[in-house]
Design a protein around this ligand. Structure first.
Ligand code: MN3
Length: 328
């Protein structure tokens, strides 16, 4: 009996070991994306198509020394591997990302950082949706439409054939995908038949912008100035007075010392973003206000330039102390 248990144990372990790549858990029910993506499509797409990519990838890499590599690593050097690894590894990666960026939650929105990057690159969120929809419509045959961060970490809309993706070394332009739309017929045909346009219009109702934002911020770390408006405004005045002063031009600080002080005081009265609140030491903000009062007083009293520079330096150091606190 013991021997049998042991053999079973070895058997099961070996089976588990050989299944290096696994179907990821779906965070919602098959019917959660109705009516935009129907239950039957979701079930077949996930249980049959995605499962087949996983199984075939495991088969294609059986006994291969790279059979345990993280999926992203495989993608980056995909030219080293067989066609089967390319198609099924790509299929596994692409669908894993696809499930993550879909949600039943209504009206999710891009974070401030992603929103401003989208507006900078495409004008507006609506115009990005349009560009991606058009890209999907004009893509011939099976493939994917992507929102990527390219080599310059700028947002770009691209498409790839079959199960290729922008991480692959054979794809141009390369980048890190933060949103991918499956335009294979298996993604929409049961509900939409040949009407790819209707599918592409409707999918925006179930895009998880919170998850897309997380993916964006993994690549482009958040700048504290994005959310803390008061420090952004203080920084504007500080940098356009301090840097000229460093080069011997005190005109800006002499005309704006009152403004600098007001912006410092504003740090105390305007709200600090919730995630930064526990980090920022309010005593340091008091210190900054004091430093700026000193600068302003010396300017008003027409003190010597050297004295003004000395206190302005102090204010600049205190400002960086606050920035440092935010980063820890
Ligand atoms: Mn698919």
């Amino acid at each position: 009996m013991k021997t049998l248990t042991f053999i079973l144990f070895i058997g099961v372990s070996f089976w588990a070991y050989s299944q290096n790549y696994q179907l990821p858990k779906l965070n919602y029910d098959f019917n959660a994306l109705e009516p935009y993506i129907d239950e039957a499509t979701m079930r077949i797409h996930y249980e049959k198509h995605h499962q087949a990519y996983v199984n075939n990838l495991n088969k294609a890499l059986q006994g291969h020394p790279d059979a345990n590599l993280p999926l992203e690593e495989l993608m980056k050097n995909i030219s080293k591997y067989s066609e089967a690894v390319r198609n099924n590894g790509g299929g596994h990666y692409n669908h894993t990302l696809f499930w993550e960026i879909l949600t039943s939650k209504k009206n999710t929105q891009p974070s401030n950082a992603l929103k401003s990057a989208i507006e900078k690159q495409f004008g507006s969120l609506d115009s990005l949706k349009n560009i991606m929809t058009q890209k999907g419509l004009s893509h011939f045959g099976s493939g994917w439409v992507w929102l990527i961060l390219n080599a310059e970490k700028k947002l770009e809309v691209t498409s790839t054939p079959n199960q290729d993706n922008p991480l692959m070394d054979i794809v141009n332009p390369k980048g890190i995908p933060i949103l991918g739309i499956d335009v294979w017929e298996h993604a929409y045909y049961l509900k939409y038949q040949n009407k790819r346009n209707d599918y592409l219009q409707n999918i925006w109702n179930v895009i998880n912008w919170e998850e897309v934002s997380r993916k964006y911020e993994k690549v482009v770390p958040k700048n504290i100035f994005d959310d803390w408006i008061a420090i952004k405004e203080f920084h504007k005045v500080m940098s356009s007075t301090f840097h000229p002063a460093e080069e011997g031009n005190l005109e800006p600080i002499k005309t704006r010392s009152q403004e600098l002080l007001d912006k410092a005081k504003n740090l105390k009265t305007a709200p600090i973003p919730a995630e930064l609140k526990p980090k920022v030491n309010l005593l340091t903000i008091d210190k900054l206000i004091k430093d700026c009062e000193n600068v302003n007083r010396l300017v008003k009293n027409k003190a010597k330039d050297a004295e003004i520079i000395k206190v302005l330096n102090q204010a600049h150091d205190t400002f960086h102390e606050i920035i440092g606190q935010c980063k820890h």
